[in-house]
Every structure is written in C-alpha cells, then in structure tokens.
Design a protein around this ligand. Structure first.
Ligand code: NDP
Ligand code: OXD
Length: 316
C-alpha cells in the first residue's frame, strides 16, 4: 500500500468530543481544531459538524469537506461554503444503530408499548388485542443507506413495507413509490410512517398536518403512527401535536426536532403519546468513522475516486 501524504485536517465540530476525534485522527496526520482559530491557511481537509459559518471560506488550500454525520444539511447551512467536494458518512456501525432504533420503535408501537407503560404506572392489568407484523404496513420515507437497511430488517420480521423516494427505486420485499405523484398512494397504504429523509429545500417541513392526514388510520394498530429519525426540520411540530390531539395520529416517536436540544417548554416532552429521544437514533462513533475518513483522504491524495460524495444540487 502506498504511504498516505500528510495533508492537514481541521476539526470543526460542535457538541462533540473534539479531543477524542483529534486524538484518533492525529495518529495518522497533523490535526488542528476550530478552537485554535484562526486556523493555519495551509489546512487541506475539514471534518465538520455544525461548524461556524464562514470558517471554511478562510482556507485557501481546502480540498475536501467531510461531514461527521450522514446528514449534510449542517454543511449547507454555511452560506460561504467553498466549492470543494463534500463527503458524508456511510458506515455499517451507524446503519446498524439506525436499524436497531427503527425496529425498536416500530415494535414498541406495534406491541402497544405506550399503552402498557401507562397501565403499569396505574397498576392496571388489562390485555390489548394482538396482531402479527403481517397485518401492519410500515412506510419508510427515504430508501437510502439507512432506509434500505431498516426496510430489510422489518421485512425479515414480517411487516409489510412501503418505501418512498425522490427517484424510482426498487428494494426486495418493498412496495415502492416515488415523487410527488406517488406520495398520496404511499401514505394511504401506510400505518406506521418512518421518516429517514435528508433535510433539503425540497423536504423541509414535509411532515405536516396535511401529510399525516393521508396516513391509514383504520388499521390493525387502531391509528396511525409517526417515527421521525431523519431531521427535525422535516417536521412541523404544531401539526404533529394537532394530529395527535384530534386522533389523526395515534402515537409518535421523535428523535429529531425543529430546535435541538428540544426546549424545556415544548409540549412534546410531556405528551402522553410521544416518545422522545435526544437525536440519539444513530450516533457517529469516532472509533468506527475515523479509519473510513482517513481512507477517503488517502484515496484523494492518490488521485482515486471517492466514496459517498454529496450531490450539491440535490442537497444530500
Ligand atoms: P441517503 O442519501 O442514502 O438516502 C436519502 C433517501 O431520501 C433517498 O432514498 C432519497 O431518494 C430520499 N429523498 C431525498 N430527497 C427526497 C425527496 N425530495 N423526496 C423523496 N425522497 C427523497 O441518506 P441516508 O439514508 O444515509 O440518511 C438519511 C438521513 O438520516 C440523513 O440525511 C440524516 O438527516 C438522517 N440521520 C439521522 C440520524 C439520527 O441519529 N437521527 C443519524 C444518521 C442520519 P433517492 O433514492 O431517489 O435519491
Ligand atoms: C447524522 C446524525 O446525520 O447523527 O449522522 O444525525
């Protein structure tokens, strides 16, 4: 194997253990952090998570921007983003975490977990009807790396699975729909909606009251369920609350929010039919991701093709 060249990396990470990332990356090459700003203009690569807008524009030698996560909406939030290739994370470890989260939340709603938790608090001994997974249709918005893996696991458990994408797609055991034209039929055939879309100008605010009204309510679960682990900016929380309160939606599991951390005054925290997790569905683990990132940098330096390049026009 050829020796990697020694391009320098800037770490611009918000709410992450920057020292740990730096320690792992630093085994291979020289690393500097945003804390040392203004960074040396000789920086070649930037590893970013919600970096300060404008920070990258001051790096004349910048060759690559690498997102610490699968989503890149935080990268595009920088109005002065330099015109260099952007890479994102696709990693088995992250995909496994997300599959586990989706299966966990689907199974919990399917097996009436919310109702039984309330009953336990009140010491109520009452059994609810049981359906098999084959009676439940799970619709996944976004059949990308994460959506496909989740779909495969749900199909293996016996659920009926639908998928909705931007462009036509096929996946084994999944009924697929795409685009604006396919959305209505996709929703009408869905009992549990799982959202694994990226946040782009086209998807912002898509999970609103009108969309939730299109889900199938007359179903084996006794109502429609929403699970969002994509991005908070995909959802309109006022619409979700309205849908929960008028019966359009039975329950929701939300991992992502319009504002994060979720403000203490948000009614979602204490809603009896909402399950909240703190953007923790699939965490980027530096131990697993740093070797993949270093491999991409090494490939770049050898002039080889890169994996997981972001399409700037599509925004993901
Ligand atoms: P991918 O880019 O692999 O897949 C994105 C999917 O969304 C594709 O199927 C794409 O359609 C579809 N899509 C994009 N735009 C539209 C649109 N306008 N209409 C319909 N479908 C659309 O992404 P990943 O699966 O790797 O990740 C998905 C998202 O998950 C990330 O962007 C991130 O926001 C979120 N995430 C959340 C985490 C958490 O902890 N909560 C952790 C990791 C990621 P097509 O196939 O046609 O391109
Ligand atoms: C990601 C995330 O995009 O953790 O990877 O949200």
């Amino acid at each position: 194997m050829s020796q990697p060249a020694r391009g320098r990396v800037l770490l611009a990470l918000t709410r992450q253990d920057v020292d740990y990332w730096g320690q792992l990356l630093g085994k291979d090459r020289e690393v500097t952090t945003e804390r040392a700003w203004p960074a040396d203009p000789s920086i070649d690569y930037a590893l970013v998570w919600k970096h300060k807008p404008g920070v990258l524009a001051g790096l004349p030698n910048l060759k690559l921007v690498i997102s610490m996560g699968a989503g890149v909406d935080h990268v595009f939030a920088d109005p002065e983003l330099p015109d260099v290739p952007i890479l994102r994370v696709v990693a088995e470890n992250l995909t496994t975490h997300m599959t586990e989260y989706v299966v966990w939340r689907v199974m919990d709603h399917h097996r009436q977990g919310m109702a039984y938790r309330v009953q336990q608090a009140g010491k109520v001994w009452e059994e609810h009807g049981q359906q098999t997974a084959a009676c439940v249709h799970v619709g996944i918005m976004g059949l990308g790396h994460l959506g496909r893996a989740a779909a495969k696991a749900l199909v293996a458990l016996g659920f009926r699975v639908n998928g909705w994408t931007r462009t036509p797609a096929a996946a084994e055991g999944v009924d697929t729909f795409h685009g604006e034209a396919g959305l209505k039929d996709f929703l009408a055939a869905t009992d549990i909606l799982v959202v694994l879309l990226p946040h782009t100008p086209a998807t912002e605010g898509i999970i609103d009251y009108d969309l939730l009204s299109g889900l199938r309510r007359d179903n084996a679960l006794g109502g429609a369920v929403l699970i969002n682990a994509g991005r908070g900016m995909l959802q309109k929380e006022a619409g979700i609350l309205r849908a929960l309160d008028d019966g359009t939606l039975k329950e929701a599991s939300l991992d992502v929010f319009e504002e994060e951390p979720l403000p203490a005054q948000s009614p979602l925290w204490s809603h009896p039919r909402v399950f909240v997790t703190p953007h923790a569905a699939a965490t980027s683990d530096p131990e697993h991701l740093v070797p993949l990132m270093l491999e991409q940098i090494a490939r770049f330096e050898r002039g080889e093709a890169l994996d997981n390049l972001v399409d700037r026009k599509a925004g993901y």
